[in-house]
Design a protein around this ligand. Structure first.
Ligand SMILES: [Fe+2]
Length: 207
């Protein structure tokens, strides 16, 4: 790929950071005995939905693009297999956390959320340090746009109405500006007028 055709990974990084942020919010809620509150339960449900969409579209669209591009290079094949394996490892951890939330034992919850935080952060760092550089090397900006389109198809308008304000929930002004600069202009206005006010009314994670 030429220097002038660099892929912009803004959407990936802001999504990963929002996922990390939510696990920290869950950990804080557990530490302060608020895990059973409806706002925390709603925040957790949204986190699981966002993670599911993110990983499903990576599995169904992004990794296949990479598989097609890398041929039979054993090291690269092994790394992609690790991405898929790491996604699969997260599902039972989410189920274990659901069971712990239903059980209501704060000590169990604290262990479960620590485990999830470690495994999720390890996976996201691995993806950022290994998969993204490979994407930059072997895919074209058109592939990245195709992946973005697959993400939007999966989300639909209803999904976008949650995803956009969820990403910028508590984000710095710099992150907010970077995120919106990577989106079509009108989405910023729609978010400001419609998505964000509605999202705020949901009060996800609120104390
Ligand atoms: Fe990702």
């Amino acid at each position: 790929m030429s220097e002038t055709q660099q892929i912009d990974f803004t959407m990936m990084y802001v999504t990963h950071d929002a996922l990390r942020r939510d696990v920290q919010r869950l950990a804080a809620a557990i530490a302060t005995g608020r895990a059973g509150s409806s706002s925390v339960q709603a925040g957790w449900a949204n986190f699981k939905a966002q993670l599911h969409v993110h990983h499903t579209v990576e599995d169904d669209d992004l990794w296949p693009r990479l598989y097609r591009a890398i041929g039979d290079d054993p090291g690269r094949l092994a790394m992609l297999q690790e991405m898929e394996d790491e996604h699969a490892v997260l599902d039972p951890l989410l189920e274990a956390l659901d069971a712990a939330l239903a059980g209501g034992d704060d000590a169990v919850l604290a262990r479960r959320v620590d485990e999830l935080a470690g495994v999720l952060d390890g996976h996201l760092k691995h993806e950022e340090s290994s998969a993204l550089p490979l994407i930059q090397e072997v895919l074209e900006p058109a592939d990245w746009r195709g992946f973005g389109a697959a993400m939007r198809r999966k989300q639909g308008l209803k999904g976008a109405a949650m995803y956009v304000p969820w990403i910028v929930d508590g984000a710095s002004a710099e992150t907010r500006a970077r995120f919106f600069s990577a989106l079509p202009g009108p989405l910023r206005i729609v978010n400001q007028l419609v998505f964000e006010p509605r999202y705020r009314r949901l009060g996800l994670w609120a104390a």
